[in-house]
Design a protein around this ligand. Structure first.
Ligand code: NAD
Length: 260
């Protein structure tokens, strides 16, 4: 990643998936900038950014297009061009991340789609204008987009739309040498995940039923992100790369599996 510069969106603390990704990129020589949501997070994000030798942090609420415009104007003033963006952002009312999907309210449906789906498209629009010699765009998704998972509800519907957007964006921007991919991470204990009902049970289930018989770490997601954001991934776009200890390939575990 030497000589590459990129933006990491969605760092909240040292448990964030964005932190695992930022560490992997910085270790391999990338120069990073971070955006955070709201002044309150700055005191957490700035010290983390500084640990990676990056004091460049910008406030940005992705629900506010003026705030996104300002972020990319600031980045353009700072660097002129950009090589990659990591979008590790999602949000829904936690009261609707339990119970039944069918009870989802219209307001929360719209808000979840806006922050968790449209924001990625809005980011790609702005980032692509700063990617004159190609680039790589990455977002984070979850298996609840593909199959029904307990309590994931409206977020599963949002992630399905996000995964579809990745494919459309890959096609739109591919001719400019800009790649667009998603990582579908297995469950990881983070601030956002703590809002999902029975999350500890979901983690235990994945640990027992994944081919690797364990959960994944932020660092493992970071390594996969390094592949997609660097030249190692130069032939890959429109992809949804599962970093989930293989959970997505399992239909049913064999009856003689050792830990049943
Ligand atoms: P996290 O809480 O550390 O990160 C979520 C981030 O989204 C926070 O930094 C928060 O500030 C940001 N955010 C929310 N609303 C925003 C807004 N309006 N403007 C700007 N930022 C906003 O949790 P995480 O688990 O690291 O989540 C990162 C991404 O990974 C999310 O898209 C999440 O759905 C996805 N993901 C998480 C898991 C998991 O198990 N933790 C699994 C698969 C995918």
């Amino acid at each position: 990643m030497n000589g590459k510069r990129g933006l990491i969106m969605g760092l909240a603390n040292d448990k964030s998936i964005a932190w695992g990704i930022a560490k992997a990129l910085a270790e391999h020589g990338a120069e990073l900038a971070f955006s955070y949501q709201g002044e309150a997070l700055k005191k957490r994000v700035l010290p983390l950014a500084e640990r990676l030798g990056t004091p460049q942090v910008f406030e940005c609420d992705v629900a506010d297009m003026a705030s996104l415009d300002q972020l990319f104007a600031d980045l353009e003033a700072l660097w002129g061009k950009i090589d990659f963006v990591v979008h590790a952002i999602g949000f829904s009312d936690k009261n609707e991340l339990r119970g039944r999907y069918v009870d989802t309210s219209r307001d929360n449906f719209n808000m979840t789609m806006d922050i968790s789906v449209y924001s990625f498209t809005a980011v790609c629009q702005r980032a692509a204008r700063m990617m004159n010699d190609g680039g790589s765009l990455l977002t984070m998704t979850y298996y609840g987009a593909e199959q029904v998972m307990p309590h994931y509800n409206v977020m599963g519907v949002a992630k399905a739309a996000l995964e579809a957007s990745v494919k459309y964006i890959a096609e739109d921007l591919g001719k400019d040498g800009i790649r667009c991919n998603a990582i579908s991470a297995g469950p990881i204990k983070t601030l956002a995940a703590s809002g999902i009902g029975d999350f500890r049970y979901i983690m235990k289930w994945n640990e027992l039923n994944s081919p690797l018989r364990r959960n994944v770490t932020q660092e493992e997601v970071g390594k996969a992100a390094l592949y997609l954001l660097s030249d190692l991934g130069s032939g890959t776009t429109g992809e949804n790369l599962h970093v989930d200890a293989g959970y997505h390939v399992v239909g049913m575990k064999a009856v003689d599996a050792p830990d049943i």
